[in-house]
Design a protein around this ligand. Structure first.
Ligand SMILES: Cc1cn([C@H]2C[C@H](O)[C@@H](COP(=O)(O)OP(=O)(O)OP(=O)(O)O)O2)c(=O)[nH]c1=O
Length: 213
């Protein structure tokens, strides 16, 4: 599988699911459009990453499946919180999330490619999980930001890290989606995507087997 992402978490989640992953990060403008809904934003950005990656690969042979994703933290009150620009921005974001519930939305785009990189089929979906934070003191926020953990993560935290998980009181929805890729939903969508195609490649057979098991 081709993964159009630099995220080590997405790679790890796919490898744990049994895929052999080839990384081809796509560099796109991630700015929101005026009045764009958060869930529309992540769906669009995932599709743009997938398409940018497909265009990069179109010169050479490609594997059958290409996957891209985008994750944001948001709430109606706070708007969209992407990755922090600096430690102060991370501190402000964590203070805003303290003691409250926010949404984490991950948009996913999957393309089934022909050997010449044409799109044979596609799937696109958004998974949203609600995350509630404990009340955080300023000292706790400072200590967490000092670990450096927030800097490459939407919403300035990582639910999967030893320090980041301590901020989280509860979650409602898919955990993998918060980490960056909703594997259970992705497996189902890939199974549907590939169901009607012939000449299915090894990873796709593996998906169907995993779902039937
Ligand atoms: C909320 C949350 C986000 N994240 C990460 C997932 C994503 O890697 C990142 C959100 O940024 P993204 O722009 O979705 O992804 P990315 O820049 O890391 O990789 P690429 O654009 O190449 O696909 O935040 C966590 O690791 N844990 C969390 O708890």
């Amino acid at each position: 599988m081709i993964l159009a992402s630099q995220s080590p978490r997405r790679r790890q989640l796919l490898e744990e699911a049994g895929f052999s992953v080839e990384i081809h990060p796509a560099d796109i403008d991630e700015a929101a459009r005026p009045d764009e809904k958060p869930t529309d934003l992540v769906r669009r950005l995932a599709s743009e990453k997938a398409e940018a990656c497909r265009q990069m690969l179109s010169q050479g042979p490609a594997d059958g499946l290409l996957v891209a994703a985008d994750t944001i933290v948001w709430s109606p009150e706070l708007g969209v919180l992407g990755k922090p620009t600096d430690p102060d921005d991370a501190r402000r974001t964590l203070a805003a999330l303290s003691g409250r519930t926010h949404h984490v939305s991950t948009g996913v785009s999957a393309l089934l490619l022909s050997p010449t990189c044409e799109v044979l089929g596609s799937a696109s979906f958004v998974e949203t999980t609600d995350v509630t934070f404990y009340e955080l003191t300023e000292a706790e926020i400072d200590a967490y930001v000092a670990t450096g953990d927030p800097m490459d993560k939407a919403g300035s935290y990582g639910i999967q890290t030893p320090a980041g998980r301590l901020l989280v009181k509860s979650i409602h929805g898919d955990y993998d989606s918060v980490v960056g890729l909703p594997i259970p939903r992705l497996m189902r969508e890939l199974s549907l995507l590939t169901h009607h195609d012939t000449g299915i490649l090894w990873p796709l057979q593996r998906i169907s087997t995993a779902i039937r098991a």
